[in-house]
Write a new protein. Structure first.
Length: 253
């Protein structure tokens, strides 16, 4: 029983404020999850392609169905298990950001499916572009420190599953593959810079956070068909002869 409403297996209850109450029998287990409503609204807005649901997020009982409810239960249980190594005391634990972002996205999608019309919850209306754009902005602002998948999820306001889906839809590749191609393309641009060519390949790789030079060279060759040293040599040869670089640059799409 939650706020006077009978709880069936798989039911979700959305409530804010301090006046809610719950009662349960000896053989029933209830799970309470606290989250910031503003963050939830932002996540829902990202899923819908902008804006917040605001007052359409009505408090009360949500019945997603046995299959969806059981899936949510498993996701919550898995998130709790992954949080047991960070105890805060009094039976409370700190959930890893990547897990928290994933659960937030799953809950947001469940609420969207419940609260909006059938036309609005058509998956074709979920706009992936704002999600990808937010992650791209985080990539651009990261400098030489490569952002983690958790960082990108936090910047985009979605979990790993949704970030993956959005990047595959817009860019054709997963987010971390896109990030690596983006950074390798930046390295190529610097190696080909006609105004201020770098002194060495190592200077370029370290400036972009590539610590392992062998891995950097292998990934670069896999993407562009030549080693970074070959690219720089062509650039320097062209400079000595007074020509611009004939080696084309490449950008991830």
């Amino acid at each position: 029983m939650y706020n006077g409403l009978l709880a069936e297996p798989g039911d979700l209850f959305l409530w804010s404020g301090g006046d809610a109450y719950a009662a349960r029998g000896a053989d029933r287990v209830g799970l309470g999850v606290g989250l910031r409503r503003s963050r939830l609204n932002d996540t829902i807005g990202a899923l819908l392609g902008g804006g917040r649901m605001g007052s359409t997020l009505e408090e009360g009982r949500i019945r997603p169905g046995a299959q969806a409810g059981n899936a949510m239960h498993r996701q919550l249980a898995a998130g709790i298990r992954r949080s047991l190594d960070a105890p805060l005391g009094n039976g409370c634990f700190r959930m890893p950001p990547s897990v928290a972002n994933g659960l937030m996205s799953d809950l947001a999608f469940c609420l969207v499916a419940h609260a909006v019309s059938a036309r609005e919850r058509d998956p074709g209306r979920i706009n992936a572009r704002p999600v990808v754009r937010a992650a791209q902005d985080a990539m651009a602002a990261s400098g030489c420190v490569q952002p983690s998948l958790s960082d990108l999820c936090a910047a985009a306001g979605v979990g790993q599953t949704w970030l993956h889906k959005c990047f595959v839809e817009i860019c054709g590749v997963p987010p971390m593959a896109y990030l690596r191609a983006r950074r390798l393309s930046t390295a190529r641009d610097r190696l080909l810079d006609p105004e201020t060519p770098p002194a060495s390949v190592k200077d370029v790789s370290l400036s972009l956070g590539f610590i392992n030079s062998g891995r950097f060279a292998a990934d670069y060759r896999g993407l562009f068909g030549e080693t970074p040293s070959m690219t720089l040599a062509k650039r320097m040869q062209a400079k000595r002869h007074g020509f611009g670089s004939s080696t084309s640059r490449s950008e991830p799409h």
